[in-house]
Design a protein around this ligand. Sequence first.
Ligand SMILES: Nc1ncnc2c1ncn2[C@@H]1O[C@H](COP(=O)(O)OP(=O)(O)OP(=O)(O)O)[C@@H](O)[C@H]1O
Length: 256
Amino acid sequence: MNSGSLDTQVLSVTALRKTYGAHTAVDGISFDVRRREIVGLLGPNGAGKSTTINMLLGVLQPTSGTIAIEGTDLGTHRVKALSRTNFAAVYSPLPGNLTVAQNLRVFGLIYGVKGLSARIEALLKEYDLQRFRDTKCGVLSSGEQTRVSLAKAMLNEPRLLLLDEPTASLDPATAVDIRTRIKAFAAKGNSSVLWTSHNMYEVEAVCDRVLFLARGRVLLEGDPRTLPREHGKGSLEELFIAVANEPLALERTEAP
Ligand SMILES: Nc1ncnc2c1ncn2[C@@H]1O[C@H](COP(=O)(O)OP(=O)(O)OP(=O)(O)O)[C@@H](O)[C@H]1O
């Protein structure tokens, strides 16, 4: 897969593998994410999505394979590779006993953001959080907390934004708001987004490309709007169910 020049690639993953004893969670996957692209990482529970995201974040050590972010190898130049990466997920809330402004300041200091006060003000405005600046994050609603998580993830102006189910547990109106913000983020700069979601409607609305993972392997890759038809399915949801239930059958029909 690794097509395109390094200049257009924000993320390049090659033969990435993670095993736990005899169990293989991620089984030699390769893929790229290009500049300004939003790529959906899809797959049934246990497919290996979170394991992949955690390896991309440097939280988990791969068993083998390589990850390059903006051309920098994560294994050998970890700090540089991760300096323009960030992350948001519902299962990883910000410290609830700190206020919104305190959280942004703490993370901004950790990332070494220059002109931090001005950056915090800009993000509070952009994510409609000004009225919550002195509110403890723990008492905010799910949608408000997601906006704070996104603001925190934007602090270091990431080139690669990793999102693990960012709209899970949000009401439809709030989810649309969050999706719109993320699309605007990818469209306006030199950044890319890798996004996991179980919401196929959302994936069709947002992602330029999807990767279907099953049993730790990339089974299918393509445009979420045309991929179902290419595989004789009526919708992305139908294709997802086929991948989840019959990954081997699908692999066989893919063989030349
Ligand atoms: N620390 C671990 N030790 C052993 N097995 C693990 C560990 N972490 C994950 N696994 C296994 O690796 C596989 C992939 O898990 P992972 O969490 O990456 O899946 P996922 O695609 O993110 O699933 P979900 O959609 O449910 O979040 C699963 O079978 C899981 O049980």
